[in-house]
Design a protein. Structure first.
Length: 284
């Protein structure tokens, strides 16, 4: 991702209102960072992203490092200024040839910020998750890791702003262990406020052997509820939203092929969903 690929002619200053770790000390560090944007208007929708620009002489030789982060909360304002919530995982990388460890530039920069610090942002970027006008439409939400961020914003928008949502909302969320389940752990469990809603259910997809390098069991979680999922896909008003690492797409193609019948049938059904803008991917 290059800075010049995006319209960065206009940037904004933002101030950190709070930075809270939302995973335990036994899990990888993920922080929820709330920013106040220094401008009157900064409108965004669930599913959109904010650009974070880190200036300095970086190892790759460029003066600015640019990354996108999905908005993790519904749009809100504080003392007259817009607020943006980001969900950021502190990332580090091991060079597969040298074995050297490198810190992720943007993620470490953001995770090291403290209350009152300033930073430069731009955007918002990307197409938002389009909330159907039909409040009886079903929503199938499938996310992995920090892919939960846009769903947190979307679900809050549905039940806070849309209010009388009648369609089924089914959230499938995968992680290696329960400690990595963002917004669904002991540190912060935002989704409990929706559990008493007749229309909402959330399902956890965890690795069967978390100490091994086993893949997250998203396929098992989906197949266990295949009857309801297939009925949702038959509803012409159902929307499917997928968020997280791009490798989730291969898993979903595999599991939906089994559920539908075979890979060819699923390819046709998925193409129909995409053509009707009923299948939306927000992957990285």
């Amino acid at each position: 991702m290059r800075l010049e690929d995006f319209d960065t002619g206009t940037t904004y200053e933002a101030r950190v209102l709070s930075s809270q770790r939302i995973t335990s000390e036994q899990a990888e560090e993920v922080r929820e960072i709330v920013l106040e944007v220094d401008r009157e208007q900064f409108d965004y929708q669930p599913g959109q992203s904010v650009g974070v620009i880190v200036s300095g002489d970086h190892a790759q030789g460029h003066k600015h490092h640019f990354r996108l982060y999905s908005v993790a909360d519904a749009s809100e304002r504080g003392s007259g200024k817009p607020r943006v919530t980001l969900c950021v995982k502190r990332c580090n990388y091991i060079d597969e040839y040298s074995g050297e460890r490198y810190e992720g530039i943007s993620s470490n920069y953001l995770c090291d910020l403290r209350d009152g610090d300033s930073l430069t942002i731009n955007g918002p970027f990307g197409m938002p998750f389009d909330v159907p006008q039909d409040r009886e439409a079903d929503l199938l939400l499938i996310g992995m890791g920090t892919g939960i961020a846009p769903f947190r914003a979307l679900i809050k928008h549905i039940y806070q702003d849309e209010k009388d949502w009648q369609g089924r909302v089914r959230l499938f969320y995968g992680a290696q262990t329960g400690l990595e389940l963002l917004y669904m752990n002991e540190e912060k469990d935002d989704f409990t406020q929706y559990y008493d809603r007749d229309t909402f259910e959330a399902f956890k997809a965890l690795s069967p052997r978390p100490n091994w390098a086993d893949p997250i069991a998203m396929d098992y979680a989906l197949e266990e509820r295949s009857e309801e999922i297939l009925s949702m896909l038959d509803n012409p008003h159902t929307r499917v939203y997928v968020a997280g690492r791009a490798d989730i797409l291969e898993t979903l193609d595999r599991v939906f092929s089994r559920m539908i019948g075979n890979a060819e049938q699923w390819a046709r059904r998925k193409a129909e969903l995409q053509a009707g803008q009923r299948w939306v991917e927000l992957v990285y």
